[in-house]
Design a protein around this ligand. Structure first.
Ligand code: SAM
Length: 387
């Protein structure tokens, strides 16, 4: 078994998939390229980027990437138009080389334009075929031990073509394993990082986050500026795979640690009028060792002046949505924020998340980016420079 895992999994190249929100795939590809992981066959597909490499390349993506929601490893692709051939082809996959010893599996199926269209029935057949194969090879398999979690298996069926993948991430990747923020309506870390990429922010540029809330922008920017890998403090489901090499993972983390930068003064300036949110963010930054790169101040945006020195990027995710305030109040506040930007932030680049299409006319002129989904709303990022 060990030899087979070595030959077929460790020594072989695989296809991986970094899943992201539709519309943000190009950012994901850019990140992969920056890590040297976008080989000639790396390509954008709907909802993510396919790339290939060996397992350490997957570890690298998990450790260093900011924008994907999830990482998958493709383990099978075939055509099937009836349940008989589906079962046979699923049973032909060498599941014993991929599946963890003692995690339950969960099968997620999507079917489109195919003769087999009933996703629950497909999931049932896939499950049975996996159990049949595993029972004959590893009779003890699948009995959960004290470890919590589940190994997700994704089955995608499009025009009778099946793609079978196993989830490499476990929890979604916006969970950085760090203490979560405590403010209302936090932006997912993966989205905050994507907005920073969309705005062409880089660590040489000061960042102001004046309605910081839980601080997703500031924490992501601080990870980036300090070159702290966002995946270093969490677990991934590939930790339980038979081919996982803890030694390689630890080595990558050690190399990353040696690359971390220290700051003599902050380049990221978070503020909010909400004292407890500021306090929680300051504690979070300290716990993550990011507090040399990012500072937090309790301050009302309408009393705040830009940090002195070189103009940078100001990022704003204003309050909105029924949970936070009524629409008229939210719109008035949004309008005041835009006016304040125009009068006090000249020379700064801005990234503003506009919660409603009809409010775009209030925003400073800039590039309107494709909408992103956040908290069930379609938010439109606008990026530009305050003239
Ligand atoms: C939608 S939340 C921001 C979410 C944040 N991006 C995150 O990831 O947690 C809006 C924030 O704006 C803050 N806020 C509202 N009015 C403000 C003002 N006048 N000055 C500063 N902060 C304000 C609220 O306290 C809240 O934390």
């Amino acid at each position: 078994m060990e030899k087979r895992v070595k030959r077929h999994i460790k020594a072989s190249s695989h296809e991986f998939f970094a899943a992201t929100q539709p519309g943000l795939e190009h950012l994901c590809l850019k990140e992969l390229a920056g890590l040297g992981l976008a080989g000639p066959d790396a390509r954008i597909l709907a909802g993510g980027v396919a790339f290939s490499g060996k397992l350490p390349d997957l570890y690298k993506a998990a450790l260093f990437m900011h924008t994907p929601n999830r990482l998958l490893m493709r383990i099978g692709a075939f055509t099937a138009t009836d349940f008989g051939s589906l079962s046979a082809k699923v049973a032909a996959i060498a599941w014993e080389l991929y599946l963890p010893e003692s995690l339950p599996i969960n099968i997620r199926v999507s079917c489109r334009k195919s003769r087999l269209y009933h996703s629950d029935a497909v999931a049932q057949r896939v499950r049975e075929a996996i159990f049949e194969r595993m029972a004959s090879i590893r009779p003890d398999w699948g009995k959960p031990d004290e470890k919590s979690g589940v190994q997700e298996i994704f089955v995608r069926l499009q025009s009778d073509r099946f793609t079978v993948s196993i989830d490499a991430s476990g929890e979604l990747m916006h969970k950085r394993g760090a203490t979560a923020g405590k403010a209302k309506a936090p932006l997912r870390e993966t989205l905050a990082a994507s907005i920073l990429h969309l705005s062409n922010w880089h660590p040489g540029l000061p960042l102001a986050d004046p309605l910081c809330g839980s601080g997703s922008f500031s924490v992501e920017a601080a990870f980036w500026a300090k070159r702290v890998p966002p995946g270093a403090m969490r677990d991934f489901s590939f930790f339980c795979w038979p081919a996982f090499s803890k030694k390689t993972w630890e080595h990558l983390k050690k190399m990353a640690k040696e690359q971390e930068s220290l700051f003599s003064s902050p380049v990221i300036f978070a503020s909010d009028k909400d004292g407890p949110a500021c306090q929680a963010l300051a504690e979070r930054l300290k716990a993550l060792n990011l507090d040399d790169a990012a500072s937090v101040t309790k301050k009302d945006f309408f009393a705040l002046t830009p940090p002195c020195g070189q103009p940078g990027l100001v990022v704003i995710n204003p309050p909105y949505g029924r949970r936070l305030m009524d629409e008229k109040k939210a719109k008035d506040l949004f309008e005041r924020i835009c006016k304040r930007l125009a009068t006090h932030w000249q020379g700064w680049q801005f990234a503003l998340l506009v919660p409603q299409k009809s409010w775009l006319a209030l925003a400073p002129p800039g590039q309107i980016k494709p909408a992103i989904l956040h908290g069930g709303l379609r938010i439109i990022p606008v990026v530009g420079r305050v003239e």
